[in-house]
Write a protein that binds this ligand. Structure first.
Ligand code: PCA
Length: 212
């Protein structure tokens, strides 16, 4: 039986809730076809986030790692395609750090691509009626930082990893102007992502590109 480690970030930026952590908590111990989910909570801090996930990877020895964070304003669950070697924080992290144009890893490659089957994931969720589209930017804050740092750690290991951004919860939208998704749908989407990851050793060739 395979093991999938799914991580969720704590709240940040003065918020009291992060849908990533709430959804991931609902998945703890869930059985998949041919696998099982374990979870880990991650601080939104430049200097502890990556190490927290590496510690969980070393303890759990998973076959796949799915890191999850909130993306306010997005209407769909968005598997990220690429992590870049840049920390450029628009707001301070939960430790008060606000780097400008610093590398995640000094002398690391410019970017890493996801090693999750993001096209198969996108199709699996869309087939179940859950809005999902591939994203080509994970931003330059702690989510991209973790995506890049975990890919760098796993670069010579046989463990797949990718980052998923998810929308806000309805209760986080106090203005009524933002896209949201219910916690149950987000959690089901993440469960389907874990299952699609187990089911698709190789990604499928369908387009999910964008024209600017
Ligand atoms: N989202 C932030 C960091 C933590 C989170 O859930 C981001 O997109 O960088």
């Amino acid at each position: 039986m395979k093991k999938v480690l799914i991580t969720g970030f704590e709240p940040f930026g003065g918020a009291s809730i992060n849908p990533a952590l709430e959804a991931v908590k609902k998945l703890d111990g869930i059985e998949l076809e041919g696998g099982k989910i374990v979870i880990c909570e991650v601080p939104v801090t430049r200097y502890e986030s990556i190490d927290t996930i590496i510690t969980a990877i070393e303890a759990e020895q998973p076959d796949f790692v799915i890191t999850v964070g909130q993306a306010g304003g997005r209407a769909a669950i968005t598997p990220e395609r690429v992590a870049i070697n840049v920390d450029d924080f628009r707001i301070p992290d939960n430790g008060g750090n606000q780097p400008i144009d610093e590398p995640v890893v000094v002398d690391g490659p410019d970017a890493y691509f996801t090693t999750l089957p993001i096209k198969a994931i996108t199709r699996a969720l869309q087939e179940k009626g859950i809005p999902c589209q591939v994203s080509n930017t994970a931003g330059t804050f702690v989510c991209n930082h973790v995506f890049y740092g975990v890919q760098h750690y796993l670069r010579d290991k046989n463990i797949g990893h990718g980052f998923i951004h998810i929308p806000l919860l309805p209760e986080q939208d106090t203005t009524g102007n933002q896209a949201t998704m219910s916690l149950d749908v987000i959690a089901e989407g993440l469960r389907l992502i874990a299952q699609a990851t187990l089911d698709n050793k190789k990604d499928i060739a369908i387009t999910a590109g964008q024209i600017c």
